[in-house]
Design a protein. Structure first.
Length: 259
């Protein structure tokens, strides 16, 4: 059976105005998965963007994390970067989560903004994205947030893990292709990482029209956007400032900067 028209789903996403309304898509996406109806990249981009706009990035992360339930892939590196930034900027629990919490069956194994971002970083390779440790935007976001957490004495364990991980990759010593370990006993995690599946790659969305291709083209470009360049500079500056306050060597950070 052919699913609903794409325009209908996109319109519903656009009209979502609250966290509670975003949560209604959990059941909708489950139906799409069960019926094997296709959700293309543009609709995924719109949904993730709506979660970001409504300060509910944890909903998008939960849907991405529970991939067997939803089959909902990260549509582009640009979208993943924006989601990571939103996860780091949104407190836990997020606004209105007391009135509209995540359902228990798609709960997240993480409970801090930095841990949420680390969980997303571990999803990059599952969704055929470059490893987070090699992406200039993702690692700058993670370093800046780690410095902030250490300065506040908050999520220090994950912050230390991230800094050592990115530093070792940058210096090309003791590089771990497995990425940062997740502090979780979740059965979906194997050797510190969420297990990727070939099915995830097979089910990547396809463009549906010339208009869709034209709209999506910039999102798959290797060129950094102006906001992304700003994120890199501001987060690395924050990290360097914290490191210098601690009397730490920061020359390796210069390798992460962009012209």
């Amino acid at each position: 059976m052919k699913g609903p028209k794409r325009a209908l789903l996109v319109k519903m996403i656009t009209l979502a105005a609250t966290r509670a309304e975003l949560l209604e898509f959990i059941d909708i996406f489950k139906v799409y998965r069960r019926k094997n109806w296709h959700i293309d990249d543009l609709a995924r981009i719109d949904f993730i963007g709506r979660c970001i706009h409504l300060k509910s990035p944890d909903i998008a992360l939960a849907i991405l994390y529970h991939r067997p339930v939803f089959g909902f892939d990260i549509p582009s590196l640009t979208s993943a970067r924006a989601l990571m930034r939103s996860l780091l900027a949104t407190p836990h629990p997020p606004p209105d989560a007391d009135k509209a919490p995540l359902p228990n069956d798609i709960a997240l194994p993480t409970e801090t903004p930095l841990a949420h971002a680390l969980l997303l970083a571990n999803l990059f390779d599952m969704y055929a994205l470059p490893p987070a440790e090699t992406d200039g935007v993702a690692r700058a976001l993670l370093l800046g947030a780690s410095a902030q957490e250490l300065k506040a004495g908050a999520d220090t364990k994950n912050a230390d893990t991230i800094i050592q991980w990115i530093k070792s990759v940058t210096e090309e010593t003791n590089i771990s292709p497995e990425g940062p370990a997740l502090d979780s006993q979740d059965p979906k995690v194997k050797d510190g990482k969420l297990v990727a599946t070939s099915q995830a790659l097979k089910e990547r969305g396809k463009f549906t029209s010339q208009a869709a291709r034209a709209r999506t083209a910039p999102l798959y470009s290797n060129q950094l956007t102006t906001p992304e360049r700003t994120w890199i500079k501001s987060r690395l500056d924050r990290f360097v400032e914290w490191s210098q306050e601690q009397g730490q060597e920061v020359a390796w950070v210069d390798k992460l900067r962009v012209a």
